[in-house]
Design a protein around this ligand. Structure first.
Ligand code: NAD
Ligand code: UDP
Ligand code: UDP
Length: 329
């Protein structure tokens, strides 16, 4: 068998990445292709784009398929990373019924596929399963405090139900499952209109528009750089059947949104003012992962400090804005 360049080496696995044209998915596809696997990227381009994977399109080990995972999918693969689902509140609340369908019907389809072809399957779950937590930092044994009927519920409850489905498919059909609870992750390839805090603040700072802080800015989040997160996902997929998760993946260093705004202003040398806006309903007050399990089971911990990751992300958005002719002078 030929093993050179972009051809297919013998150790190759066939890996399906749903949501592969999104922010995290496109980085994951890149890493998997570099590791010489065959990657099938499935995406309905709701928040993702072909441009995100444009660097991979010429590689014969990479295939892009437009498909909505709420519909069945019949392919032959060895591993499935189920990342499909809009992740930014403005996007997942735009069509909340579709968001729940993506997590619930989408997971059922991907689990059905994994069952038929006996593939290992990893679910991109979220720190949102903890809701607005009373336990701090959050560890995996905490069951969470989620509003089942609010505007965030389509995402939170959809992801919680997906976790239930993963564990029931394991108990009922003995599937090899992995559930990663991902905490706020940022980095290059987020969309200009993504709507999440890191991209909003950077784009606002670079274009000299006011930085929009929701609420008083005292709420906290813990931000993980994308490369660290992808490394964690691949390590988790690489574990044996005994490790299912749920397992927290995130950077445990916690910041207030005011602190984040000040850091972004400093790193961009921006003259932007700060504009306080109402806090969205059910916005969690604090969030920080306890990553003891990931350290023990995966030997994983993030290595990129926020300032370093922000510099990379600022450079990416600066290029993007200049290319569009909308950047700061
Ligand atoms: P993203 O919005 O950039 O990517 C999601 C991708 O899924 C997009 O390409 C979108 O077009 C695709 N998609 C959505 N619905 C689909 C459907 N029905 N069928 C096929 N494709 C569909 O978001 P992201 O930040 O890359 O997040 C990826 C995954 O990780 C999501 O499942 C998200 O819930 C999870 N996650 C991300 C974060 C984070 O901070 N980035 C945190 C927690 C969990
Ligand atoms: N499914 C799929 N691809 C497959 C196998 C199944 O998309 O290769 C979908 C199918 O639509 C089914 C779902 O996965 O409804 C769940 O499959 P499962 O075998 O668990 O349940 P059943 O087919 O009995 O409903
Ligand atoms: N946020 C903000 N300004 C923005 C966007 C978000 O202050 O322009 C706040 C938001 O209210 C939340 C935090 O930043 O408290 C993180 O929001 P994001 O949407 O990035 O992620 P999530 O709330 O899902 O953790």
């Amino acid at each position: 068998m030929v093993t050179k360049g972009c051809s297919v080496p013998r150790q190759t696995k066939r890996i399906l990445v749903t949501g592969g044209a999104g922010f995290l998915g496109s980085h994951l596809c890149e890493k998997l292709v570099s590791a010489k696997h065959e990657v099938l990227c499935v995406d309905n381009f709701y928040t993702g784009s072909k441009e995100n994977v444009s660097g991979l399109l010429k590689c014969p080990r990479f295939e892009l398929m437009r498909h909505d995972i709420t519909f069945p999918l019949y392919v032959e693969v060895d591993e499935i990373y189920n990342l499909a689902c809009p992740a930014s509140p403005i996007h997942y609340q735009y069509d909340p019924v579709q968001t729940t369908k993506t997590s619930v019907h989408g997971s059922i389809n991907m689990l059905g596929l994994a069952k038929r072809v006996k593939a290992k399957i990893l679910q991109a779950s979220t720190s949102e399963v903890y809701g607005d937590p009373e336990v701090h930092p959050q560890n995996e044994t905490y069951w969470g405090r989620v509003n089942p009927i609010g505007p965030r519920s389509c995402y939170d409850e959809g992801k919680r139900c997906a976790e239930t489905l993963f564990f029931d498919y394991r108990r009922q059909h003995n599937l090899s499952i992995k559930v990663a609870r991902i905490f706020n992750t940022y980095g290059p390839r987020m969309q200009l209109n993504d709507g999440r805090v890191v991209s909003n603040f950077i784009v606002q700072a670079l274009t000299g528009r006011p930085i929009t802080i929701y609420g008083d800015g005292k709420q906290t989040r813990s931000f993980c750089y994308v490369d660290d997160l992808i490394d964690g996902l691949m390590r988790l997929m690489g574990t044996g059947d005994e490790i299912t998760g749920p397992i927290n993946l995130g950077n445990p260093v916690e910041f207030t949104m005011m602190g984040l705004a000040e850091t972004v202003i400093e790193l961009t040398a921006s003259k932007s003012s700060i504009d306080f806006k109402p806090l969205p309903i059910d916005d969690p007050r604090q969030r920080q992962p306890d990553i003891s399990q990931a350290r023990d089971a995966l030997g994983w911990a993030p290595s990129v400090p926020l300032r370093e990751g922000l510099k990379e992300t600022i450079a990416y958005f600066d290029n993007l804005l200049r290319a569009e002719g909308t950047g700061a002078a």
